[in-house]
Ligand binder design. Structure first.
Ligand SMILES: Nc1ncnc2c1ncn2[C@@H]1O[C@H](COP(=O)(O)OP(=O)(O)OP(=O)(O)O)[C@@H](O)[C@H]1O
Ligand SMILES: [Mg+2]
Length: 506
């Protein structure tokens, strides 16, 4: 590990980093910061949660000319939430140098952004659509930009943002520096990227596996119609502090969030069709621990850094190994540990193997817990909560009542009754989730090459319709609900762009 002082970073920035709790540079920071400060083009690839944001944020701050009122760095990110998060991190890095950082993204009132842009930000972080919008309105001038960053570059190119990005590139001086970062960088995407870079330095942090070691990875083989009950039981057994459940489509996310709420979990969904205000409030509540389970699509969660996510559940196995890497990377960040569980239907086992081939990591099979096991866990929880109250030593108010009970009943009998009343029943309320068709069958083979990047046929005729059925007990009705069906408009970026690809959240 290298100290930031050894990287020739000025003291003001070093102080800011200490304030952020950063003691030493992570490997990707160590490998790229110097090139970044020298003005070199860099392609940086390192595992999820290993500090890529500061790897480009630090050079941006270091190179900033505080006397200039022009925009000197432009960072492009695929989603609004990521744009906000990245701008906050850069702001913190530039705390001492008083760098003005502004985020611009779709879904936020443009007038407000225009006024903020007049206030001479030094660094702008935004989503492609909204950046283009400001370029066209001439409210964002980029002729003094020295550094251009594409965060989650592969995702943006993959999402069909290439045209938008090319247009933005044309508005930025040719002699700029370009930095490109992601945990995954499939070769074809890297080739495209290299076309707009100058002799880039490729920094790939070598590791045996593509995913971080501190995430325990499991898979559960389960039939489509049983998945939801298995998920409910796993949540009971594993007791995650904060969990993210990934669903394949927006409808899936809506249905899962609703179904989890019916079963008594505090769950909310996020995906690109929700209003910006709703997405922000859901994320805020999740970060504040007011929501236990966040249900999300891949795109909605790319790059998000939410500390304390202990478990990731892939309710649907992702089609691309890259998506898998990013999804499970929402846990096990900055050296913390995490658990990832991937559901796989028998027909999708081929995908599981493809994921494993790519990540170079085997997932451990996990037997779906039975409802008895889930109940046993609930009983243990009842014991834990009783002990917690005893430890708090503040139940004297009940001492009199306890004495009265003890006169009439045996102590063991009383404790057993208390535990019984504390044990939450296993909630198997029927819920309605539209069945997804399994992914088209694929076998792991030498044709892997990063999952579905080849040929652009990523959805492979995936189901949009499907049948609706009730889970648990086979009962009908009982709180079941159909959600409003798939909504496929691509609006992750304020709706201003074409949608040229057809992946999950489209
Ligand atoms: N040198 C450091 N020391 C301690 N913590 C750090 C350091 N650098 C970054 N972090 C923290 O680690 C967390 C993950 O960082 P970041 O979001 O930049 O990861 P990433 O590599 O971009 O991940 P992803 O691939 O998911 O986008 C953040 O909370 C960040 O503040
Ligand atoms: Mg990142």
């Amino acid at each position: 590990m290298t100290k930031f002082s050894e990287l020739n970073i000025n003291e003001t920035t070093q102080k800011a980093l200490i304030r952020m709790g950063f003691e030493e540079a992570t490997p990707i920071q160590e490998g790229t910061i110097t090139f970044g400060m020298e003005g070199r083009d860099v392609i940086g690839q390192a595992q999820t949660g290993t500090g890529k944001t500061a790897a480009f944020g630090i050079p941006i701050i270091e190179k900033l000319d505080p006397k200039s009122t022009a925009v000197q760095a432009l960072v492009i990110a695929p989603t609004r939430e990521l744009a906000i998060q990245v701008s906050e991190e850069i702001y913190k890095v530039g705390y001492g140098s008083r760098a003005k950082v502004l985020s611009v993204y779709g879904g936020q009132e443009i007038g407000r952004q225009i006024r903020a842009l007049r206030n001479n930000p030094n660094i702008v972080v935004g989503t492609p659509g909204r950046i283009l919008d400001h370029i066209n309105r001439k409210t964002l001038k980029l002729d003094h930009v020295q550094t251009l960053v594409l965060d989650e570059a592969d995702e943006m190119l993959n999402m069909g943002f290439i045209e938008d990005i090319n247009t933005i590139l044309a508005s930025v001086p040719a002699e700029r520096q370009t930095l490109l970062f992601s945990a995954t960088m499939p070769a074809p995407i890297r080739k495209i990227a290299e076309t707009f870079m100058k002799n880039p330095e490729i920094v790939k942090i070598k590791s045996k596996e593509m995913t971080v070691e501190n995430i325990e990875q499991f898979f559960v083989k389960s039939h489509e119609r049983e998945k939801f009950d298995v998920l409910s039981r796993l949540l009971n057994v594993q007791q995650p502090e904060l969990a993210i459940v990934f669903g394949r489509t927006k409808r899936r996310v809506d249905e899962l969030a609703h179904a989890l709420s019916i079963r008594g979990y505090i769950a909310e969904g996020i995906h690109g069709d929700l209003t910006q205000a709703k997405r922000m409030s859901v994320l805020r509540q999740f970060k504040d621990n007011k929501i236990d389970v966040l249900v999300a699509t891949d795109v909605a969660a790319r790059g998000l850094d939410i500390s304390g996510v202990t478990h990731v559940y892939n309710f649907d196995i992702p089609q691309d190994p890259e998506s898998y890497v990013h999804r499970i990377g929402r846990t096990g960040r900055a050296g913390k540990s995490g658990v990832a569980v991937t559901f796989v239907t028998p027909r999708e086992m081929g995908y599981l193997r493809i994921v494993e081939e790519t990540t170079k990591k085997r997932m451990t099979p996990l037997r779906p817990p039975t409802s008895d096991e889930a109940l046993l866990e609930q009983k243990k929880n009842a014991v834990d909560s009783l002990i917690e109250v005893i430890d708090q030593q503040n139940s004297e108010d009940y001492a009199g009542l306890a004495a009265q009970l003890l006169e009439k009943h045996d102590a063991k009998e009383i404790v057993a009754a208390a535990l019984k009343s504390l044990t939450k029943n296993i909630d198997e309320t029927p819920v309605s989730i539209t069945e997804e068709r399994p992914l088209p069958s694929r076998r792991p083979s030498s044709s892997r090459s990063g999952g579905g990047y080849k040929g652009g046929n990523r959805s492979g005729g995936r189901s949009q319709g499907g049948r609706s059925r009730n889970f648990s007990g086979g009962g009908s009705g009982g709180g079941s609900r159909r959600s409003s069906g798939p909504r496929d408009s691509a609006r992750r970026d304020g709706g201003s762009r074409r949608n040229s690809s057809n992946r999950s959240e489209r």
